[in-house]
Structures are given as C-alpha cells and as structure tokens.
Design a protein around this ligand. Sequence first.
Ligand SMILES: [Zn+2]
Length: 428
Amino acid sequence: MEVAPKSPDPVAPGAAPGPSHIRLTSHASGHGALPIHWAAASAAERGPVVGTTSKRSHRNVIGTHSGSYSVYRALAVASGALSPHHKADLTNTSPTDVIGPYPQWSEPGRIVSMDPWGARIAEVFAAELAAGYDIRPTIAVTKAHVILPEVIEALQSGRLKADGKFLTANGAAMVTKAAIEPVWYLPEVARRFGCTEADLRRVLFEETGGMYPELVTRSDLEVFLPPIGGQTIYIFGNPRDLANPAVELTARVHDECNGSDVFGSDICTCRPYLTHAIEECIQGAQRGGVGLVAYSRKEGRALGEVTKFLVYNARKRQLGGDTADQYFARTECVAGVQDMRFQELMPDTLNWLGITKIHRLVSMSNMKFDAITKAGIEIVERVNLPDALIPDDARVEMDAKMAAGYFTPGAVPDADELKKAKGRQLDT
Ligand SMILES: [Zn+2]
C-alpha cells in the first residue's frame, strides 16, 4: 500500500504536504510502534495510545486525535496554517485533580470507549515522550466557575444557599471539569453491541465512505480514534469522593441538545433537566456529598441537528397536530430509527471515575438507567424533573417518553391522552 517509500516522513517540518503523493497509513509499519495491551493493570503494561500522523511508523491506532476536530486540523495543515509536525508543548497542562487509577480501569470489558490513562500521559509515559513518541492526552482536567441564570434564580428564591465553597454569593458554582475524547477498543466495543469485530470494522469503514482503510486492512490495530464528539464532565465537590460509595452521589448523564441547552428552545426539556440537575448537584455537594454531570456530544439523539429539525417540522405539520402518540413515529419516518445514542458506551466515564454507586440519578430515561446498572453501577433513587420546569411545548415529548417507559413517579399517560395535540403550531 506504500505510495512514497523513500522516506517515512516525506513532508519537511513546517511545510504543507506536497501534492505529489498521499501518505497512506494502511501498511504494516513494524518499526517503533509500541504495543497496546488494553485493560492492563498499569500504564506501563498497557502502553501509550499513539495517534500521531507525523511519525507514522509510531502509530498504533486507527484514526487520529481530537475526534471530529481532526478534520479542522487537516484544513489547518492544508491551508499551511499548521505544521503537520507540530508537537504539543505540555508544560503546565497536567490535570488539576488526579483521577484514579481505579480497579475498573483494568477489569476486562469495563472501559472500552476511552483511555483511562488519557489525562496522565505526560506523567505515566514520560520515558516514551522523551524517546520521541508524539503521545497526546485524550483527557484534560481543569477547574471552572459556572454561572447559570437558573442557579442565580434558585439562589435568589432561597432554594440554594451560597457557601463560598461550592457556590459563591453571585451564583457561580465551583467545579472540576474534564473533557474526554473517544478511544475505542474495537473487540470490546463490538461485544457491547452484540456483533463481531469483523462486522463492526467493515460497517465503520463502509458507512464513513471508506474514511479509514485500516479498519479492514490492519486487524492488528485494535484501537480506533473515531471522528465523533466525546464527553465533558462537571464535578461538584471533591472528585475523589465519586469513587466512595459512602459519599452521596447525585448524577446526571446528559446528551447534548444545542437548541435547548444553549438557546433555550422550548420544544424539549433538555435545558430544564440540565439546570435542575446542576441545582441538585450543588445541594448534594453542600450536604457533604458530590455531584456529577456527564455531558455527551450526541446531538438530537445522535441523529444530528438537521434530522432533528426535519422531525420538528414533520411533527407540527402532520394531520391532527403535534401529538405524543406520533412523537417517535415521526422521528422514525425521517431517521429510520427512533434513537442512535446507544447508551451502551456512556457508563465508561462513570467507571473511569471509579463510581460504584449513584445515590440519586437525575434522569427519567430507562435506557440510561439500564446501561448504567448493566455496567455494574448501583442506582439507589431516580429523581424526575418537577412538572413546573416542563415548558408547555415540551409536553408532547414528555408524555411520549413516559408512555414509552421513562421513569415517572406519577401516572403514565393513556392512549387517549397521547392523542391530544399539545404542541404549538409552526407559525405561532
Ligand atoms: Zn432537547
């Protein structure tokens, strides 16, 4: 498969790649690539994930870093703005809080879609870095103050109290947050989805338009850095308390909904859920517990925002108006499925944090509940969204979800109830 065999790195440092040849990485390099022993007991035994494109003989994975942003990196290189040989200077970038290692990190099948050592590579792979391997963190951990109007409102109405430790007088919640890029160990990802690794590789290759030939040509490479969004976690309280089942943990696992989360669109309950969970997390931390919000980049049930907006139109234009009994059907008409979030991989982050028990899960989703408990994590209590926080136009979604099995402490709407149009018209 090698096209330009003269030099392993044909592009000179600082230069944009020339037009004369394409650098294929789908050949067996054999020189210098370090082995990965997934779920090994220590970082040294596990080995680093090397997704660099500049020293291709060192690569031991399929794909490259930064998830979907790898395409922007390619644009930056193509335009000459970025040297393809740029190596990150990791001075002072180390995590503000050390996460793990926890027993789950080396239990087979527990963590299959992220690198548990991804935040600590500068420390645990110092020798390999010094030897010239371009190893990049796939996780970064930092501190932040988050200020939300709903939290300020809760403070003003007396539902929350400032303590200067978890919540300041002006409504800023003090958090530790971590950004996590996906790192998939293909044999175990296949197992989670009940297919063979060969089928998973072939379908990933075909459905990305042949983007990663190594999926089908390099069965020796078992780790894939997929071009998708990852997760961001927000921790309220001491991150190390997450792994202590004696400390009350309030948690929400939230899937991205830009329209509601950021822009306040009222057709769904996403932002109310998120801000309600943050309020619960702050209260939990102030009770001596710890809070966690894990935010997954899975826009529109991982169908994407274009599909989501098409479905909104289809719902509101259908005969009889926007009704809960047609809620999932309209999605399926456009997308072919109701949901592509596949919560199977979501609990990996919880296992990375050492969590074994969630005392209060702020979610009504039976899919999230099932995935978390199946991952070996106990859930004591589920906390639903108070009715007062559900926007009028989101009543359709809420009724449809409750009828489909979402957790509710109240009555599940019956067939007649689901047929009542509750959604707003498009032009009102
Ligand atoms: Zn939403």
